[in-house]
Write a protein that binds this ligand. Structure first.
Ligand code: 13P
Length: 246
């Protein structure tokens, strides 16, 4: 089973030179771990600088239309043109409505990108609450579009930059992943429901990654640790080992 190791650089680093150096340090490990699909999502201005390196590229967001008079926005077609295969959508730090995220998901798939859809919760909750969140975020998204997407369970309460944030336990993550899976199977049937990768995205580092893999995550969306090449390549290596055992 292929695993996904996705680095979200957020608004870092500040120069193309630093971005390229970091990318180069990650690329070597990425190319020696064939079971892991390594994806880096740098800020838009650095995409072209990284497109020659051996990992997949993703945007951190895209607009909900493909072109037009939308000052400051970046179209999914532009991301595709810059070599992106993926785009993160609905990240909690952007505070977007479900309706906007749904339009972005459709625009991304129409443009040939794989949406990495974030669905989270502000505080530890229950499978019932997660079903509600999934329902409102994915409402009216057809199974054909879901089949081209990755889902990320993003507990905002576990993200490193959340005030008072605390790491999630294996039990909590396992419960959330199984709530995601139940929802997908119920909504889209077994074939689609079991085919969609469910990732974990809250403060992953080399000390805790195994907890999330053991909980059943088919990959991770990493913030802070993806800006340290040693830490991020250690995550890729751990995932490669894990992929060989499942
Ligand atoms: P951290 O890994 O820095 O907690 O960030 C998680 C996240 O927001 C991934 O997109």
């Amino acid at each position: 089973m292929k695993m996904f190791c996705i680095g979200n650089w957020k608004m870092n680093p500040t120069t193309a030179k630093e971005a390229f150096r970091l990318g180069e340090n990650i690329a070597e490990k990425a190319s020696s771990c064939p079971q892991v699909i390594t994806v880096l999502c740098p800020p838009f201005p650095f995409l072209a600088h990284l497109s020659s390196l051996s990992f997949a590229l993703g945007g951190q967001d895209c607009f909900l239309e493909q072109k037009g008079a939308y000052t400051g926005e970046v179209s999914p077609l532009m991301l595709k043109d810059q070599g992106c295969k993926y785009v993160i959508l609905g990240h909690s730090e952007r505070g977007e409505s479900d309706e906007v995220v749904q339009k972005k998901i459709r625009a991304a798939v129409r443009s040939g990108l794989t949406p990495v859809i974030c669905i989270g919760e502000e505080k530890p909750s229950s499978p019932k609450f997660l079903h509600k969140r999934l329902h409102s975020r994915l409402q009216d998204i057809p199974a054909t579009v879901l089949l081209k997407s990755l889902l990320v369970y993003e507990p905002v309460w576990a993200i490193s930059t959340t005030k008072g944030g605390k790491p999630a336990t294996q039990e909590a993550v396992a419960l959330a992943i199984s709530a995601f899976r139940d929802f997908l199977v119920k909504e889209a049937g077994e074939r689609v429901g079991f085919a969609i990768p469910i990732l974990y995205g809250g403060s992953v580092d080399k000390k805790n990654i195994n907890i999330f893999l053991k909980a059943g995550a088919q990959g991770v969306l990493v913030g802070g640790a993806s800006l340290k090449s040693k830490e991020f390549t250690a995550l890729i290596a751990e995932m490669e080992l894990h992929a060989q055992t499942v």
